[in-house]
Design a protein around this ligand. Structure first.
Ligand code: 1HN
Length: 350
């Protein structure tokens, strides 16, 4: 048999092989193997901060200049500079600041991405979910799970602003986006206001009702209660060495996260306290709620004040510290339920 393993002939054939691949939608794995399988996560998203002082005037300009008829939701998106072209703050999470003026309505619709709100400022706006209305106050945590109709309105006398968090980049990556408008601008309300809090938010379960369990039946977790719980714990407990005194917003039917893809927490860092550094998989969005602090991310300091947003990418070492005489209170949202569901969650003290 003729052998042609050697020399030029082989090199020519290799070149021909490489040239033939792209036109056939083929690629050589051995060329990219070590770029694809790295010893640790290689992040495209960048640790980032959005300062409320800078964002707020732009949001109020948007409220003045863009009428609600033009914008289904009047939102300034928080875009991670490391993810150009994506409406994303991390590879899985979307975040934005939404403003609604007195008298305005944000029309009713539903979509497959799960969403949360955390109220930043103003009173008198409401969210309606599944026929139930909840009037929101600063610090309230509101859930609008996958595929439930939701709309907002402002029946008060001041602008209301909240942080929106959605798992939209994940849903998009999975090609599972569906969206539909309600036939009415506002959905009909067929349950008492705050019915879900009265029915499921107090440690009881109506025995004959069978709500879905893959997301929390509670649509509003009040700040007063979350903060009161933290303050109570902080009197006697040191909490976690990495997160301080931290509580999870849970689905009362399962004890798990409020939404299947996103877990939300509120944490209290004592005045003058510096916590220990750690890292874990899953990306996290922090919102300053009270006081001031610093998040050190991979050696870089990100000071935060009230309503600033800071993003900590997956597997970045981070360390919390409070600044000043008051406790530092942070809200956070993470995609960790997804990582945990697929055995991809890892955590390390540093
Ligand atoms: C949405 O439905 C809301 O309901 C807010 O307030 C932000 C961002 C992307 C897609 C849908 C809302 C959103 C959104």
């Amino acid at each position: 048999m003729a052998t042609n393993h050697s020399g030029l002939k082989n090199a020519d054939e290799r070149r021909q092989l490489f040239q033939a691949l792209p036109g056939k939608n083929l690629g050589a794995l051995w060329e990219v193997y070590s770029n694809a399988l790295t010893p640790e996560p290689v992040k495209r998203e960048i640790p980032s901060v959005w300062r409320w002082q800078e964002l707020r005037p732009l949001l109020y300009d948007a409220a003045r200049l863009v009428p609600p008829e033009e914008a289904e939701r009047r939102v300034l998106m928080l875009l991670n500079p490391g993810l150009p072209g994506l409406n994303a703050v991390t590879p899985t999470l979307y975040a934005g600041m939404q403003i609604i003026l007195p008298g305005e309505v944000a029309r009713s619709h539903r979509h497959t991405p799960n969403a949360i709100r955390f109220i930043v400022e103003g009173e008198g706006a409401f969210t309606a979910v599944n026929g139930e209305k909840t009037v929101m106050k600063p610090g309230d945590f509101v859930t609008t799970p996958t595929w439930v109709f939701h709309d907002h309105g402002n029946e008060g006398s001041e602008a209301v602003v909240w942080l929106d968090g959605l798992d939209m980049p994940l849903t998009t990556a999975l090609s599972a986006i569906f969206y539909e408008r309600h036939r009415e601008r506002q959905q009909p309300l067929d349950r008492p206001n705050d019915a879900s809090i009265a029915r499921y938010g107090r440690g009881f379960r109506p025995t004959w009702m069978t709500p879905p369990v893959h997301y929390s039946p509670v649509i509003n977790y009040r700040y007063e209660e979350a903060r009161g719980t933290l303050a109570h714990l902080a009197e006697t407990e040191a909490g976690s060495p990495f997160d301080g005194v931290m509580i999870e917003y849970i689905n009362p039917l399962t004890g798990g996260p409020a939404l299947p893809t996103m877990d939300a927490h509120l944490q209290w860092i004592q005045p003058g306290q510096q916590l220990k550094p750690h890292r874990h998989t899953g990306s996290t969005l922090y919102l300053g709620v009270e006081g001031r602090g610093v998040i050190e991310i991979d050696g870089q300091e990100f000071p935060w004040e009230e309503h600033d947003v800071v993003v900590v990418p997956s597997w970045c070492t981070h360390r919390h510290q409070s600044i000043g005489p008051s406790p530092a209170i942070l809200f956070s949202l993470t995609d960790s339920p997804v990582l945990k569901a697929f055995s991809l969650y890892r955590e390390e003290a540093q």
